[in-house]
Write a protein of this length. Structure first.
Lengths: 137, 443
């Protein structure tokens, strides 16, 4: 692991090297005044069911990211409401969480296809709850 | 809403269930499998493991209370229990904070203010100063009080920001380090001075006060068996070898002080005593870890009383209705290594057997396979023994601790047994120097 005094870029590089050689998907380090999180894409979670006459031998990889709630509140889909299967070509606000009268946007954090809307519109969500599953592949 | 974790969250949940009150638990990600999460009617994750992001995450805790339709918040002890701002925020959102008013929490949380208020109420306080502006002021005051003196942080707690100063040439260095430590720990570096009382006893008085001005005491607890860090290990009620005059004076001071500050709900006034003299140390505006010993001798459920009082009910009894019977002792079973400066132990508890039988109560959140995250207090269980006499309570406690099995982490069970077997504890003649001295001689 990096030494305490190394530069952030150096630490991130070394964490990335660590991730690429281990089974770990995400590392988060918190110290007073500093937070670093480095992740790699999770493994294949979903693959289309192959039919008997499917000539392909390799399944198409879906690289699925979960977008999770980082606060407690009521989950609302933004309008126009995103749809399962919809392709997002760029970063977009998908929903917001309303807590204590404040709306906190939930963004797609880049392009991808919405595999699933994991929480119900208008329902309470807890910290860490999956809101959307996005295929980044 | 139970805004806490561990054994006290379970304790509050039990009181609510017996009162027919539905509960909502909050938890951090590593506590997802905790008993308090399983036993509450609803549970919400409010953040990751580190305390500031979960159990001190006020927006997520308040939001949980509001979206689940809670009426009240019980803060337990630690975390947000003595946070006046949190109590205010609860009130702002229409939630009843189960504890005293925010202004009282704030006044008692500031040690220098609390001491001044108590002094005005006629309660004996340790001779000392108000807030010190400069080192020179501290040096002058120390000369007048006479060395040794104790430099204390007004926002302090748990021994942080506290320094014993033996000589005038040490004042400057102690002032600087205590200010820095207090600033870092409490974001408040203000200090004051007190005369050092050498090896006093720590005796505290439990009070209950309703919103109609009625205040009663529920006797005292002797908490002198403390670790070198001033954290309590073994507590008992009533305090042994305390004269009737001193006991009565303590109870009177506690009630008078609570009346004076307009106290409501459950609270504890901590005193340092030497001989028959007692000095107010601080008031804890919450339920205490060691409250079960009081419950055992008075037969009153303090947590239920807290909830009833917060709901606007009158106490319904007066002082003469309250009678202490028998003797109770509590031992704190912590995941700590007593031979290694009480280093906290994290890990998985592989096997657990708790004691039972007559007169034994165990408050714990432990179960076989439970994980002990590194983020939180090391308290695993509180073993409480009741007996008709102190000797009977000690014998029961020894028997109970010997029955107890906790595998996977080191605990303080062995140390508690050593305390119970010691000549000083058996005789009921021990002060706050007893346990550090016992540890010193044992290492």
């Amino acid at each position: 692991m990096p030494s305490q005094g190394s530069l952030p870029a150096d630490r991130i590089r070394r964490l990335a090297e660590f991730l690429s050689t281990s089974d770990v998907f995400r590392v988060r380090i918190e110290r007073p005044g500093e937070e670093i999180e480095v992740g790699r894409r999770p493994p294949l979670l979903y693959a289309p069911a192959g039919s008997a006459d499917d000539v392909r031998t390799e399944p198409v990889a879906l690289r699925v990211d979960a977008i999770k709630a980082d606060l407690v509140g009521i989950f609302h889909l933004s309008r126009p409401a995103p749809l399962e299967g919809e392709l997002l070509e760029e970063d977009r606000e998908l929903a917001f969480i309303e807590a204590l009268g404040i709306r906190t946007p939930v963004r797609s954090l880049g392009a991808g296809r919405i595999v699933a809307i994991a929480s119900q519109d208008g329902a309470p969500v807890e910290y860490g709850q999956s809101l959307f599953l996005l295929d980044r592949g | 809403m139970i805004a806490n974790r561990g054994e006290i969250a379970l304790r509050i949940n039990r009181a609510c269930q017996e009162l027919g009150v539905r509960t909502v638990a909050v938890f951090s990600e590593p506590d997802r499998e905790s008993l308090h999460v399983r036993q509450a009617d609803e549970a919400f994750c409010v953040g990751p493991g580190p305390v500031p992001r979960s159990y001190l995450n006020i927006p997520n805790i308040i939001s949980t209370a509001l979206i689940t339709g809670c009426d009240a918040v019980h803060p337990g002890y630690g975390f947000l229990a003595e946070n006046a701002r949190f109590a205010e925020i609860c009130a702002d959102h229409g939630l009843v904070f189960i504890g005293p008013r925010p202004s009282v929490i704030a006044a008692m949380g500031d040690k220098a203010t609390a001491k001044r208020v108590m002094h005005e109420a006629g309660v004996a306080t340790i001779p000392g100063t108000d807030i010190l502006a400069t080192v020179a002021e501290a040096e002058n005051a120390a000369e007048k009080l006479g060395y040794p003196v104790l430099l204390k942080a007004t926002a302090g707690g748990g021994g942080k920001g506290m320094r014993v100063v033996e000589r005038s040439e040490d004042v400057e260095r102690a002032f600087a380090s205590a200010t820095a430590e207090s600033e870092a720990s409490f974001k408040d570096g203000r200090l004051y001075l007190e005369r050092l009382i050498s090896n006093p006893r720590h005796i505290e008085v439990q009070v209950l006060a309703d919103e109609f001005g009625a205040v009663v005491h529920l006797g005292e607890r002797d908490c002198s068996a403390q670790k070198p860090s001033h954290q309590k290990l073994v507590e008992e009620s009533p305090a042994p070898n305390l004269s009737a005059r001193a006991r009565s004076a303590l109870h009177d001071m506690a009630v008078r002080a609570s009346e004076r500050v307009g106290y409501t709900n459950a609270g504890t006034l901590e005193f340092l005593t030497t001989g028959d003299d007692a000095y107010f140390m601080e008031m804890n505006t919450r339920i205490q870890v060691e409250h079960p010993v009081t419950e055992m001798v008075y037969g009153i459920d303090l947590v239920k009383e807290q909830i009833r009082i917060a709901a606007g009910e009158a106490l319904g009894y007066v002082q003469r209705d309250l009678v202490a019977r028998g003797h109770a002792i509590e031992c704190r079973i912590n995941a700590e290594d007593p031979r290694n400066n009480f280093a906290p132990q994290a890990g998985t508890v592989t096997n657990v057997v708790f004691p039972g039988g007559p007169g034994i109560r165990v408050d714990t959140h432990l179960y076989p396979g439970a994980s002990i995250p590194p983020y939180y207090d090391s308290l695993l269980a509180k073993a409480v023994a009741y007996g008709d006499t102190r000797e009977a309570a000690i014998a029961r406690m020894e028997r109970a601790l010997r029955e107890t099995v906790i595998e996977g982490v080191q605990t303080t069970i062995g140390l508690c047994l050593e305390v119970l077997a010691s000549r000083e504890f058996r005789a009921g003649r021990y002060d706050i120097g007893f346990l550090p001295s016992m540890l010193g001689s044992a290492v």
